[in-house]
Design a protein around this ligand. Structure first.
Ligand code: CMX
Length: 438
């Protein structure tokens, strides 16, 4: 199978490099850790290894060394489309090279082959109380698939450590193939009361399939957006909550289904994936209050009112980035190219003009620029996907494309179980005391 052979060919060299670090250079100091970092959520402590993506504070995410504009330019695209195949992105993240069109299509074909979701999964989703959050349904569906894990079966059959990555890759392909089907089912069931099993077509790519299964009106336009959205949300280094959860749970050799379900539960938190629904809510509040796009002055005042009431302005600020998120820029360009007159797009653009100034004046946020969430909901809304609480499910489908290559490579390199050290408050206070000048 295509991804398997490409990864296998590179493994000896990567394993040597990784092993050499641990064996020959284990005592070289990488970072110093301050009390502020310990009590501040381990912020910025350099303690994870991944070659899949890297977030440069001054530039944003790079997938396998390539910036977002480079990725969007380099990857092969469906005929007549402007946004690349998602299968090409998956190849890039897994293998590290830009695929040919044929290679991207081979990944797409693997997905089509593996997309069938067993009936009991839909039955389980249907049996849940109506008010269950769609992220809970998605996470449960992933767990329900776990009994199919090749990793689990081979592990219990006595597989050798060197081979862990192979069933991990099988599971990753199966999981990523089934997620859009499950997500579309949740969408149609929850908001339209439909419970027909969505059909994945081998004649359509990942994005086009998703558009069809979601049942949106403009399927061609939404297929482009789906491709863009999934690509942009795939990976953002391995320290964010969802990626790190996948890595941590996987480090216990929990299979990709168990690990990804856990990752989704982290993504469902309001400080992580759920933030995108809040951003659109804020924009709609502005739109409603002013009966359309307000003047610059009115928006300036509204933004200040939000801050003065003790709230954050959703969609702005970032823990690592110090510039506008290139994922925001890519989505804004997408919108301006296709529907520049849309009121919410015009409003999001005005917010981009006004809010950084307001945040700078307030002087608290380290990064007054927009993040990915400042625009992503606006685009979904335009295509008629208006149920905010579904947006994190979309994020989840995209995030699987980044965290599963990380899982495969962590097993391939034999990365160990994670076990950071804890200290008590008293121990930290003693460290602080000992550091005071006498
Ligand atoms: N509006 C108002 N205040 C903000 C702010 C914003 N958009 N962004 C940061 N601040 C404030 C923080 O609340 C913090 O205030 P306190 O000192 O009173 O606690 C101060 O500025 C410093 O924060 P920071 O170091 O710049 O930012 P953090 O790393 O702590 O937090 C983030 C990052 C994203 C949680 C924060 O910027 C925020 O809450 N933004 C709004 C919500 C949002 O858009 N979340 C989506 C994040 C998307 C992603 O992670 O990809």
């Amino acid at each position: 199978m295509i991804l398997h052979d490409q990864i296998a060919a590179q493994l000896p060299e990567w394993r040597n490099r990784y092993k050499a670090l641990g064996k020959e250079h284990a005592d070289v100091v990488v970072d110093k850790v301050t009390v502020g970092q310990v009590v501040g959520g381990m912020r910025d402590i350099k303690s994870l290894v991944t070659d899949i993506s890297f977030v440069d504070p001054a530039e944003g995410i790079r997938f396998r060394g390539k910036s977002i504009p480079e990725v969007l330019k380099a990857l092969p695209k469906p005929r007549g489309a402007k946004i690349p195949y998602v299968g090409g992105l998956y190849y890039l993240l897994m293998v590290g090279d830009v695929p040919s069109r044929d290679q991207a299509l081979q990944v797409e074909a693997e997905w089509a082959k593996r997309s069938d979701v067993p009936d009991y999964v839909f039955k389980m989703i249907k049996s849940m109380p109506k008010e269950t959050h769609p992220m809970t349904l998605l996470s449960q569906a992933v767990l329900a698939l776990q009994n199919q894990s090749a990793f689990v079966h081979q592990y219990h059959a006595g597989m050798k450590k060197d081979a862990y990555w192979e069933p991990a890759l099988e599971d990753s392909l199966d999981l990523t193939a089934k997620l859009p089907v499950i997500a579309a089912f949740i969408y149609r069931m929850k908001y339209f009361g439909e419970t027909k099993k969505p059909k994945y077509s081998a004649r359509l790519d990942y994005g086009a399939n998703f558009a069809k299964m979601m049942g949106v009106a403009d399927q061609k336009g939404y297929a482009e957006l789906a491709r863009l959205y999934f690509i942009l949300h795939s990976d953002h280094e391995s320290g964010n909550v969802s990626a790190h959860t996948m890595h941590l749970v996987g480090s216990a050799l929990s299979d990709p289904y168990l690990s990804f379900s856990a990752a989704l539960n982290g993504l469902a938190g309001p400080l992580h994936g759920l933030a995108n629904q809040e951003c659109l809510g804020w924009l709609l509040d502005v739109h409603q209050k002013f009966g359309g796009v307000p003047s610059r002055d009115d928006l300036y005042k509204f933004a200040w009112d939000t801050l003065s009431s003790g709230k954050v302005i959703p969609g702005y600020g970032h823990a690592v980035l110090r510039v506008p998120d290139p994922r925001f820029t890519a989505q804004m360009s997408f919108a301006k190219e296709r529907f520049p007159q849309d009121e919410l797009v015009r409003l999001a653009d005005l917010v981009f003009d006004v809010v950084p100034t307001v945040l700078k004046e307030q002087g608290k946020a380290k990064n007054p620029a927009p993040n990915v969430d400042a625009i992503s909901g606006t685009l979904q809304y335009y295509y008629g996907v208006k149920d905010f609480d579904f947006y994190t499910v979309l994020f989840g489908v995209g995030r699987a494309l980044g965290v599963t290559p990380n899982y495969v490579w962590a097993r391939a390199l034999g990365q160990p179980i994670e076990r950071p050290k804890s200290l008590s408050t008293k121990m930290l206070e003693d460290i602080v005391k000992a550091a005071q000048p006498a």
